[in-house]
Design a protein around this ligand. Structure first.
Ligand SMILES: Nc1ncnc2c1ncn2[C@@H]1O[C@H](COP(=O)(O)OP(=O)(O)OP(=O)(O)O)[C@@H](O)[C@H]1O
Ligand SMILES: [Mg+2]
Length: 259
């Protein structure tokens, strides 16, 4: 059975005087347990695709199904980590990580203790009573990640979770997140601008072109890299060849756009 399926998804944003076709005919099948990255120029519609999968709004055309059931609205099996961390500054870290459970009416002792164990796993048990403003960017992203995992989704949608972080923190978080997603057998879609990150973390890379947003190409990452941690994958001899391939295709797209 197909896990997540997008069939001919198109999105047009309407304003009072215009209609902008943002996505056109996007079809993709994601298998359970897969790690997919979305790569593409700014404005090509990556966040729009994630928001549609998360059920925040329906596509103008096409369908999205999870286990062959259409997604009509926010779905308990889909966890969405937004492009900004969206922690509430006036709430403690503890209250922030329980928020997703609370909103879904799932806040019970079992889920609470599971969520606290996740916080421990990301190394942040000691910040329970602090406020987001007292944490570093990398710590806040770890908290947001725990909140996303707290409701036990089957698939995580991660919109540029590492892009605002310094390089070293980003490498560490890539490893932590990839390790936990594998351990907990999650499926994931990561949006990133970083070709290296996409290669180091994914099984497949979906490259989007712009105006309108379409899937331009899908790259399979070789097993020699997928079986390694992101950090190790970046050191592997196959990494640079793969980087070159994706880079060239990305450049070609940009040239097309400018002509
Ligand atoms: N709610 C909205 N109403 C109207 N237009 C929108 C809306 N959301 C996004 N757009 C437009 O749709 C296009 C795609 O936006 P989207 O945020 O999906 O791109 P993106 O690939 O995630 O970009 P980035 O890499 O900069 O985050 C952009 O031109 C954007 O201005
Ligand atoms: Mg975006």
């Amino acid at each position: 059975m197909a896990f997540l399926q997008l069939e001919s998804v198109s999105q047009t944003y309407f304003s009072k005087h215009s209609a902008a076709v943002t996505l056109q005919d996007v079809s993709l099948t994601v298998n359970e347990g897969e790690f997919i990255s979305f790569l593409g120029p700014s404005g090509c519609g990556k966040t729009t695709v994630l928001s549609i999968i998360a059920g925040l709004f329906p596509p103008t055309e096409g369908t999205v199904t999870l286990y062959n059931q259409p997604i009509y609205g926010p779905h308990p099996k889909v966890g969405y980590m937004l492009q900004q961390d969206y922690l509430f500054p006036w709430k403690t870290i503890q209250d922030n990580i329980f928020l997703g459970l609370k909103l879904r009416g799932m806040l019970n002792e079992e889920r609470k203790s599971y969520t606290l164990s996740l916080l421990k796993e990301v190394g942040l048990h000691s910040v329970l009573n602090k406020y987001p403003g007292e944490l570093s960017g990398g710590m806040r992203q770890r908290v947001a990640f725990v909140r996303t995992l707290s409701t036990n989704p089957k698939i995580l949608l991660l919109d540029e979770p590492f892009s605002a972080l310094d390089y070293q923190t980003k490498l560490k978080l890539e490893n932590l997140v990839a390790g936990m997603l594998t351990d907990y057998q999650k499926t994931a879609i990561l949006v990133t601008h970083d070709i290296g990150e996409a290669i180091a973390m994914s099984n497949r890379i979906v490259l989007f072109s712009k105006n309108p947003g379409r899937i331009s190409r899908i790259f399979d990452v070789p097993e020699s890299l997928t079986k390694l941690s992101p950090f190790e994958a970046r050191q592997h001899p196959d990494y640079s060849g793969m980087f070159q391939n994706v880079w060239e295709e990305f450049e070609r797209l940009e040239e097309q756009e400018n002509t």
